[in-house]
Design a binder for this molecule. Structure first.
Ligand code: PLP
Length: 402
């Protein structure tokens, strides 16, 4: 039996089946490629779902983690430590926010952001009836709070009742947002670029108008940059593309480039009027090990001008996707997204899941998103040559599918 199959069988025997996994066992990675347990090589265009911004074993990254393991992996948040001091500064400077809280995941960053918004409103009027407006087709995570603001019936329905006080509006439809605003609204939460929902960037006019509504009514704008943040859009945070600042920003995925870490950061107004000691906490969140990774990521992003590389190379991906669409006019209906967070929307008749599986056979890791979308979230260090390689494989796949 192949090593892949051995691992698959053992996993399926003991691990709860909550994923329909691709039929390979990933063994190791190098640069923008990974190898499975039988030694087959793959070009990686999904990067651990937008996590591996720097690819695998980027020079300097492993060393920073190894150095930290020799000092201390974990301490409690009851103590100060250098990685926290540095990471907090790094995130505040990068986001333009004032204070940050580190978590273990994206969902936990959302939980913290929601609690922050509730506390902010509570301190203003002492009431417990505050509402949050979220967007349809959004994705904010699987914990109950995060799921409550995730506008996807398929994810939500089996787990109801969820957190109350959530209203949904139509993304990029300002009137739909206005309809949901009332005196109890404490926050509007949305992704700057919707990821899981099918790669839909916010319309500039929409996000600016949402910001205006929030300013007028002292509603907090929470922008979820867990997927689109950390340079993926061609700007360190996607809201910078719009000239809009949130009151609270959430991040995770590429923040640690492979270690489990997330964060929410808040502006000064929120920092001074929300969570205080006793309100929130986490045992592991932001421990020295993961924050050593975060600091290495910020350091390596700067030294290697990773965002500059995205700005230089992403137009080539855009052009390649547009050319692909022109070559397959029946199958591909639209290209969406910016930078290295892009998607190709396929016609209903084309099974995007099957495209991913066939691409895997041909040595390309790529994943889908909602609305029959093929999702392109490669490592940010990807080159034009590797983009050509991926598009070549996808051409073959489409030919085979007829
Ligand atoms: C992945 C994701 C989350 C959830 O992050 P987890 O680390 O899986 O909990 C939240 N929001 C967005 C936009 C995401 O892409």
């Amino acid at each position: 039996m192949s090593k892949n199959q051995e691992i698959i069988d053992k996993t399926e025997k003991y691990a709860l089946h909550v994923y329909n996994r691709f039929p390979i066992a990933v063994d190791h990675g190098e640069g923008v490629r990974v190898w499975d347990a039988d030694g087959k090589e793959y070009l990686d265009f999904m990067a651990g779902i937008a996590v591996y911004a720097l690819g695998y074993h980027f020079p300097g990254y492993d060393e920073a983690l190894i150095d930290q393991t020799k000092k201390i992996l974990h301490t409690s948040n009851l103590y100060y430590h250098q990685p926290l001091a540095d990471a907090a500064e790094n995130v505040c400077k990068a986001t333009g926010m004032d204070k940050v809280f580190f978590t273990n995941s994206g969902a936990e960053a959302i939980e913290g952001a929601l609690k922050t918004a509730r506390k902010y409103a509570y301190l203003k009027d002492g009431k417990n009836d505050h509402e949050i407006i979220a967007m349809k087709d959004s994705f904010h995570g699987r914990s109950v709070g995060a799921l409550s603001v995730t506008g996807n019936a398929h994810y939500q329905d089996p787990f109801k009742p969820l957190m109350g006080g959530v209203r949904f509006a139509e993304y990029n439809h300002i009137d739909s947002v206005k309809e949901q605003v009332n005196d109890r609204t404490c926050a509007i939460i949305m992704e700057t670029i919707q990821g899981e929902g099918g790669i839909f960037p916010a319309d500039p006019a929409f996000i600016k108008e949402v910001r205006k509504i929030c300013d007028e009514k002292d509603i907090l704008l929470i922008l979820d940059e867990i997927q689109c943040g950390m340079g993926r859009s061609g700007s360190l945070f996607a809201y910078d593309l719009y000239g809009v600042k949130p009151d609270v920003v959430t991040m995770a995925k590429a923040l640690g480039c492979g270690v489990p870490v997330g964060a929410f950061a808040v502006n000064e107004k929120v920092a001074k009027n929300s969570l205080v000691p006793g309100d929130h906490g986490t045992t592991y969140g932001g421990n020295p090990f993961v924050l050593a990774a975060v600091n290495a990521v910020f350091d390596l992003f700067e030294k290697n001008d990773i965002v500059g590389h995205v700005q230089k190379t992403a137009p080539y991906l855009t052009k390649s996707l547009e050319d692909f669409k022109a070559r397959h006019p029946e199958a591909v209906k639209a290209r969406r997204g910016v930078g290295f967070i892009q998607g190709l929307a396929f016609d209903e008749s084309v099974p995007v899941g099957q495209i991913c599986t066939k691409a895997l056979d041909k040595g390309l890791l790529i994943i889908s998103a909602s609305h029959n979308t093929l999702r392109f979230v490669p490592p940010l260090i990807i080159t034009e040559k590797e983009i050509d390689e991926a598009m070549g494989i996808l051409d073959e796949v489409l030919e085979e599918l007829g």
